[in-house]
Design a protein around this ligand. Structure first.
Ligand code: NAD
Length: 424
């Protein structure tokens, strides 16, 4: 029996400690009661499970899995499930905390959660992936549910994985439970617009930020790190708005073309080969180079801690759109702040996904499904309102967008906690 261990992590610092540091900084600025900070700085529940799986070669592998609920003061907890070899409990806790702030900033009635399995899904066959997902779901089945905790896709998971979670949960309950998970395929109660929603929300934020600076997206240059769900569609949408996407990357390749990457060709290449490596009409660079390119907009849409105190001073972009969660560390934040870089923080910039997940949950509970134009219009309303609130707070209080966004969110969760009271 093989026990699958995590490899050396991409995380240089403990992400949960960083998330708590962000909370402390914001709480001090927004004068949040220390007793509440003590509550908000911890996770309500963290479950660790082992996930044994029959592999195709007859052996059995055991994977470590987690599901963490950070806070439910404003509603059931919501958050993605990550399949990645670097997943740790503290990473899942940090991501769960950020989900709480994200849902509060968007004004949607959810708390924050996250899940993860320490696995490289690319190394599994489809059958192994399905068996692992179903066993993981069984192990956390008492933690999740439409009124309790609702998973969604994250790095390494997609609609197919959500379909297996939905089916496993439903089989155990004896009837279909549409609201147990979001990011489902359309054929089984998914929402139109969900696949592209995170990128669309990021586009709305970039568009609003550029407009605030009296600029035009048309003609701006962009570098996008990560060509998965978030990064690929953000590259596509920015290209459609007239921006020139000069660099893209995935875990295996980073590519640059000063005249602009052919995004349609990149989609086709990724679909055919499963990687951007080998894409024609572009020069090979590294993921580190990509972050330091002389572009107008940099969109890190892969993993955490890619912009740190080691490289922040060399970043040349004037706007950073955090399509991914936690790409900029607090130390890097301070350096970029001094340089005058506008950071559109993760809890704002990539919240489009959870907003349309909320729409999917509502549609599932009502068993009544909306047109895509309706989904996108409602998403635009919510994201642009949150952008405006964050921008105004940042301007009027002379603070970075991150502090403003986290501050608004933490205040809302603190208010809900005070109103409900601490049980008993
Ligand atoms: P994904 O698995 O679809 O794509 C991840 C991409 O990042 C892939 O292209 C992968 O090759 C690339 N990548 C992985 N390691 C890399 C590395 N070291 N350097 C460069 N590229 C690397 O995942 P996703 O759903 O697009 O999520 C990306 C980020 O966005 C994560 O931080 C996630 O938490 C966040 N996010 C996702 C959603 C969503 O709806 N999917 C919503 C909000 C936030």
């Amino acid at each position: 029996m093989a026990v699958v261990e995590a490899q050396v992590s991409h995380l240089r610092e403990n992400p949960f400690e960083l998330a708590r540091e962000q909370l402390r900084r914001v709480a001090a600025t927004f004068e949040i009661d220390q007793n509440l900070v003590n509550v908000l700085g911890t996770c309500k529940k963290a479950v660790e499970v082992s996930v044994p799986v029959h592999m195709d070669d007859g052996t059995t592998s055991v994977f470590a899995g987690y599901r963490v609920t950070h806070n439910v003061a404003r509603g059931p907890s919501k958050g993605g499930i990550r399949y990645h070899p670097d997943v740790t409990l503290d990473e899942v806790k940090a991501l769960a905390m950020w989900m709480t702030w994200k849902c509060a900033l968007m004004g949607i009635p959810f708390g924050g959660a996250k899940g993860g399995v320490v696995v490289d899904p690319k190394q599994l066959s489809r059958g192994e992936l399905e068996r692992m997902t179903r066993r993981y779901t069984s192990e956390i089945i008492n933690e999740i549910g439409p009124e309790k905790d609702i998973p969604a896709p994250d790095v390494g998971t997609d609609g197919a994985v959500m379909a297996w979670i939905f089916d496993t949960y439903s089989m155990n309950k004896g009837h279909s439970v549409l609201g147990v998970v979001t990011g489902k395929p359309l054929t089984i109660g998914g929402s139109l617009g969900r696949v592209e929603a995170t990128a669309r929300g990021a586009l709305y934020c970039v568009r609003d930020a550029v407009a605030k600076r009296d600029g035009r997206l048309d003609g701006m240059t962009v570098a996008v790190q990560g060509f998965g769900n978030v990064g690929s569609f953000l590259a596509k949408f920015l290209h459609e708005e007239g921006a020139s996407v000069v660099a893209i990357s995935d875990s295996r390749a980073a590519l640059y073309n000063s005249k602009g990457i052919d995004i349609a060709a990149a989609f086709a290449h990724k679909r055919e080969h499963g990687t951007l490596a080998g894409l024609k009409d572009a020069d090979q660079i590294t993921n580190d180079d990509l972050l330091l390119l002389d572009v107008d907009i940099l969109a890190p849409c892969a993993l955490e801690q890619v912009i740190t105190e080691r490289n922040a001073s060399q970043v040349k972009a004037s706007i950073i759109c955090e399509g991914g969660n936690g790409p900029v560390t607090p130390a890097a934040d301070a350096i970029l702040e001094d340089k005058g870089v506008l950071i559109l923080p993760d809890v704002l910039a990539n919240a489009g996904g959870v907003v349309v997940s909320y729409f999917e949950w509502v549609q599932g509970l009502q068993e009544y499904f909306w047109k895509e134009t309706e989904v996108n219009a409602k998403l635009n309303d919510i994201v642009s309102r949150a952008f405006e609130e964050t921008w105004e707070t940042a301007e009027s209080r002379h603070m970075p967008m991150r502090v403003a966004a986290y501050g608004l969110a933490v205040q809302r969760v603190a208010e809900a906690t005070i109103t409900r009271g601490i049980y008993p």
